[in-house]
Design a protein around this ligand. Structure first.
Ligand SMILES: *Cc1c(COP(=O)(O)O)cnc(C)c1O
Length: 370
């Protein structure tokens, strides 16, 4: 059952942690010292590569920086919210799923003044409502939105959202956790001030840290604002800048080295556009094959991301049994997260190719006729 490319017992069709290459896992076989110069130089090269991925025009990269932060993706979302919004600031959260709701929960917990604009989980946000809210509530200083809402797999229109946010001159925070590295996102063109993503999603690393791409000038104005000691994005950034790639506290050295290898493999694949094409192919083969087997997708094709797909339960469906039957054939899928109807999800990201999807579809066909 072990696959040659990944050395895994199972293929993970999940939004992260996901199936990684064998070579990414092998990069973790070396112990590094968090203070060592060679390690710190590697961290710096990772930081530079991230800025290069996020900003297409080389001459525009000097306006941006990147910060790596220990923990899962949520820790970095919390680090951004807790550091960059001043005490007299107010956050507007645009939400159409669980990750948008989580941004609101973080703001509430940190006592950040906030308001949420909530939309149906299967629909993209209405930008006219965004404009109305920004027009009527002058206290708002920051706007946060999730790019690919992993709850459903919907891809939110970050370009039109940014257009309005910038028309009202607000700071834009984007949770691009499950999209960055899997499709072209230019923070400079899109005028995103803070973008958050994590090691174990489309860049295909292993879990342990996340990262923030930030407009340097903005982050530089956030000294002393953080509501947490360890999740102080400004202090982490300053340490990485001043001591060239050093983290403030123990860094996840093995994970960072695996991520460095994953970035090399992203380049070898042909960069973000080649990876995007592979994910799109995975997604279309999956949704077409599943449709033939009687599974209906939840999100309209026009707004469906290539990263993760939600399917409605067909009639007389036992998810637990279905899950176990697929697992017995070597595939791990994901339960649904939509609150109002029964669904499950399948991820298309990670070291997954079209032939894996064909094998999965055979396994699904066997599972429903067993
Ligand atoms: C994965 C993910 C997160 C972070 O989740 P963690 O479990 O903390 O890594 C945040 N937002 C989105 C949209 C995600 O897909």
């Amino acid at each position: 059952m072990y696959s040659d490319k990944t050395d895994n017992a199972y293929i993970l069709l999940t939004p992260g942690p996901l199936t990684t290459s064998k070579t990414v896992k092998e990069a973790m076989l070396i112990d590094w010292c968090t203070w060592d110069q060679a390690y710190n130089a590697m961290v710096q090269s990772v930081r530079e590569k991230l800025v290069a991925l996020a900003v297409k025009k080389a001459e525009r990269r000097t306006d941006y920086t990147s910060v790596l932060m220990q923990g899962s993706g949520t820790f970095s979302v919390e680090a951004v919210l807790g550091t960059v919004i001043p005490d007299d600031g107010k956050l507007l959260v645009i939400s159409n799923g669980a990750y948008g709701q989580r941004i609101k929960n973080i703001a509430d917990r940190l006592n950040i003044h906030n308001v949420m604009l909530a939309f149906d989980e299967t629909k993209i946000p209405d930008v006219n409502k965004l404009a109305e809210t920004l027009e009527s509530d002058q206290a708002i200083t920051h706007v946060a939105v999730v790019h690919c809402e992993t709850t459903s797999g919907i891809l939110n229109p970050v370009e039109s959202i940014s257009g309005i946010v910038k028309q009202y001159d607000k700071t834009l925070i984007v949770d691009a956790m499950s999209s960055f590295g899997g499709m072209a996102i230019d923070v400079d063109e899109l005028q995103i001030d803070y973008l958050v993503s994590s090691a174990n999603k489309c860049i295909q690393g292993v879990p342990g840290f996340a990262f923030v791409i930030a407009r340097t000038e903005m982050l530089n104005s956030c000294e002393g604002q953080a509501r947490s000691l360890s999740l102080d994005l400004f202090s982490q950034w300053r340490e990485m800048e001043e001591i060239g790639g050093k983290w403030r506290f123990t860094s996840p050295t093995h994970t960072v080295y695996a991520f460095h290898q994953a970035l090399i493999e992203l380049e070898e694949e042909g960069g973000v556009n080649a990876r995007y094409a592979r994910y799109c192919k995975n997604q279309s083969v999956l949704s077409e094959g599943m449709a033939k087997l009687g599974f209906e997708t939840m999100i309209n094709k026009q707004h469906q991301s290539p990263f993760i797909t939600s399917f409605y339960y067909p009639e007389h469906f036992d998810f637990h049994q279905f899950y176990n039957r697929l697992k017995a054939q070597g595939f791990i899928i994901y339960p649904g997260k939509i609150s109002k109807c029964d669904s499950f999800r399948m991820g298309n990201i990670g070291e997954i190719y079209e032939n894996d999807i064909h094998r999965l579809l055979k396994a699904v066909a066997a599972a429903i006729t067993e």
